[in-house]
Design a protein around this ligand. Sequence first.
Ligand SMILES: NC(=O)c1ccc[n+]([C@@H]2O[C@H](COP(=O)([O-])OP(=O)(O)OC[C@H]3O[C@@H](n4cnc5c(N)ncnc54)[C@H](OP(=O)(O)O)[C@@H]3O)[C@@H](O)[C@H]2O)c1
Length: 285
Amino acid sequence: MTASSSFFTDKTAVITGAAGTLCSAVALRLANEGARVALLGRTLASLETIAMQIRAAGGTALPVACDVTQPDQVERARAEISSALGAPWFLLNGAGGNQASAITTTTEFDPAELAADRPAELRGFFNLNLQTFEDVIRINTLGTVVPSQIFGRDMAALGRGSILNFASMTSYRPISRVAAYATAKAGIVNFTAWLAAYLAPAGVRVNGVAPGFFVNERSRKILQNPDGSLSARGRNVMQHTPFKRFGEASELLGGVLWLLNDEQAAFVTGVTLPIDGGFLACPGV
Ligand SMILES: NC(=O)c1ccc[n+]([C@@H]2O[C@H](COP(=O)([O-])OP(=O)(O)OC[C@H]3O[C@@H](n4cnc5c(N)ncnc54)[C@H](OP(=O)(O)O)[C@@H]3O)[C@@H](O)[C@H]2O)c1
């Protein structure tokens, strides 16, 4: 059942990474608020699943298969969305993530990583594959810039709208082992502020959220053991998270909706809001 009327009613929201752990929850909530949601990602079947849930609840959803790093694919998505749902009022750049092979297996330099016969399980900074490193930067950074350029153009032409980017705790402090992801997500905070200042005269606000640790399919393997108990890394995260738990996708929604809402956050642009159970506030000592 959709809400009777809200700021979001009958406005179009484009959500990238819409079948993911966090943005599927955002998509369901925006649709429940009455927004028409365009769901973008590379895998149509998983987008269809979210679209079916939205339609079953009385909402409007359009799944569109699209690689957000590819401008021609995003242009095609824009054309399809514009004719089916109208020009977007909101763009949420949720597509992103890391790749296992772009993560070092060691938290600091190990002389063994320089050896020709290094152990197969050891992957230090000097062993990282640069193509994978670039892929992680491409999806997280260019994957935000490209939709911002293509959908943002419509918003700027109409003189309204709101863009929301997805940063990370590693945007602020470089979390060990994830050099490529940290580099990319630091760029998101900077780009958010840059674009906010640039688009202010166009009446388009640009903000971000920086989620703390929320378990998704990929991070589950890193943060938890197969039996569901915390891994060593998961325990380390807990030591630095005052709330002593992972976040739930539903806990992002208040911040996301507030930042998108032109009535409630009319004078807010260029900020990235940490939603992190206190992680950023906690030095761990
Ligand atoms: N979960 C966390 O704890 C956490 C913490 C901080 C920041 N974040 C950030 O928050 C965002 C959402 O996270 P999440 O946990 O929901 O991630 P997720 O569950 O892995 O979902 C990410 C989604 O992005 C899509 N995607 C990946 N590459 C794409 C591409 N090139 N083009 C289009 N879609 C693409 C994926 O679908 P396809 O593979 O089908 O394309 C997937 O559905 C990400 O930017 C992530 O980096 C998450």
